[in-house]
Design a protein around this ligand. Structure first.
Ligand SMILES: *Cc1c(COP(=O)(O)O)cnc(C)c1O
Length: 464
């Protein structure tokens, strides 16, 4: 196993180099040169594995023997020891044919911990092996930053700087990032929008001398290891449902913005897991819904919604799926992406669209519909959904036939998004770790949205 780019000009990359590279050098995304296939007999044997053993099994197909078995097991054990639930991602049954998989039992109460706890430990491992300091640099609209900081705080050989838009993340998200007092963490609160933050990061990563001098590394969801870590829980949920309902057809409803979480489900399916439909749940920023329904991928106007972590117009992981849709043809994938850059749209032929619709259903959930879903599940099932999960549940209701079973991925704890929960008139009690944040001092530097200013702050942080 090695890794290649969707655009065909980068190939033969090992697992660790894939993690370090992030974006492929030719501008494409890294993918395995061949998707490993797990036989039905082997799947049967995997059914009763613990989450950690399952993760070890799934990762082993991809790690190219670059990490000794005992080290890999250790990294996995460490990464999931920080989760509050012994099952890591427990699956709860809400109605006869509907389950919710809770992905929010990690340190920052959002699903990104599942991948970033592992990535943080892996970066620390690589830093030690290669004897070099790793500088992680990223922008966040809220969840990724908190989760990435939590993944590496206090770790030797790593410094992390996260840019977030000043006062444009939820209160809990801000506190999760800025109450961390470890020396290796720098929070820059940028006077501007998330797009400004992202633009600055892009400029810095494009500055090759700067990038090389400081060993800059990325943490965003284009990193293949994030997809890989998320693939594990599809297996886990599928096996739990089979135990409860042997032989059931299983759909997954996935709240998604960057096409990251749902691509992990697609990968699990390609590996041989008998996933039926993948239901793509979005909010009013519904570019991906329109792609699945009409075969047209065209960014629309940005809208702020109750589910801000899915307020995304250009889905950074979409290119991975496009590559497979086009029959694993890198020349075609590169041509489609080139066309997208010049025309701002990708339109696929009807026969390709029917292939998309064989794997995916989709629903873009409106603001009122999202809040109504939170209200009705609270009243009728005594279960409080966060607004992202509520989009997943609304999409399940619309797209999953009554005779099929569906697992909705719950991507965040409702306490992270109390601003929306209050709108439904529900009062929640915060879990203790979140309640405790309100009494802690904050550490952040408020800065202008200029590249020069950020470079100045970074250089003083890196030479501290
Ligand atoms: C990041 C995030 C999502 C979307 O994940 P993708 O990787 O874009 O699919 C959904 N819900 C929450 C709570 C998130 O933080």
């Amino acid at each position: 196993m090695n890794f290649i780019s969707t655009r065909g000009k980068t190939a033969g990359i090992g697992f660790i180099d894939t993690v370090l590279m992030g974006l492929a050098d030719d501008g494409g995304l890294l993918i395995p040169n061949e998707i490993p296939h797990i036989s039905a007999a082997r799947l049967k044997e995997m059914e009763s594995l613990s989450y950690q053993d399952l993760a070890y099994e799934v990762f082993s197909y991809y790690t190219n023997n670059e990490i000794p078995d005992e080290d890999l097991k250790d990294l996995i054990r460490q990464s999931y020891a920080t989760f509050r639930d012994p099952e890591v991602t427990p699956v709860k049954k809400l109605t006869d044919n509907m389950y919710v998989m809770e992905l929010f039992h990690g340190p920052t109460f959002a699903f990104k911990d599942v991948a970033l706890q592992f990535l943080g430990n892996l970066y620390a491992y690589v830093s030690k092996k290669q004897n070099e300091i790793i500088h992680i640099l990223g922008a966040t609209s809220g969840d990724t930053g908190a989760s990435a900081i939590e993944g590496v705080r206090g770790k030797e050989g790593i410094r992390i700087c996260i840019l977030h838009p000043h006062q444009k993340v939820s209160r809990v998200q801000e506190l999760q990032m800025t109450t961390v007092d470890d020396e290796n963490v720098l929070n820059l609160s940028v006077e501007g929008t998330f797009d400004d933050c992202q633009r600055i990061i892009k400029d810095l990563f494009a500055d090759v001398p700067f990038k090389t001098k400081y060993h800059l590394r990325a943490i965003n969801s284009i990193n293949f290891v994030r997809i890989l870590a998320q693939t594990v829980y599809y297996f886990y949920a599928y096996f739990r449902v089979q135990k409860d309902k042997p032989g059931a057809k299983v759909n997954f409803s996935v709240p998604t913005g960057n096409f990251g979480d749902i691509f992990a489900g697609y990968l699990a399916k390609r590996m041989g897991l008998p996933v039926n439909k993948l239901i793509l749940a979005t909010n009013e920023n519904n570019i991906l819904e329109r792609f699945v329904l009409e075969g047209v991928y065209r960014p629309g106007e940005f809208k702020s919604t109750h589910s801000p972590s899915m307020d995304i117009q250009v889905a950074s992981n979409f290119e991975r799926y496009l590559y497979y849709l086009l029959g694993e043809n890198p020349q075609q994938a590169a041509a489609y992406m080139e066309g997208f850059k010049t025309d701002g749209v990708i339109t696929i032929a009807p026969e390709l669209l029917s292939r998309v619709q064989a794997d995916f259903a989709a629903h873009g959930v409106g603001g009122e519909e999202c809040l109504a879903t939170i209200g009705s599940y609270y009243r009728e099932h005594g279960y409080l959904l966060d607004p992202h999960t509520a989009c997943g549940v609304a999409a399940y209701e619309k797209c999953s036939p009554a005779e099929e079973v569906c697992v909705t991925l719950s991507t965040a704890h409702p306490a992270k998004f109390n601003e929306s929960i209050e709108l439904v008139g529900i009062e929640q009690t915060y879990p203790q770790p979140i309640q405790d944040l309100f009494a802690k001092p904050q550490h952040q530097e408020i800065v202008d949205s200029s590249v020069e200013e950020i470079v100045r702050r970074l250089e003083s942080f890196y030479t501290k």
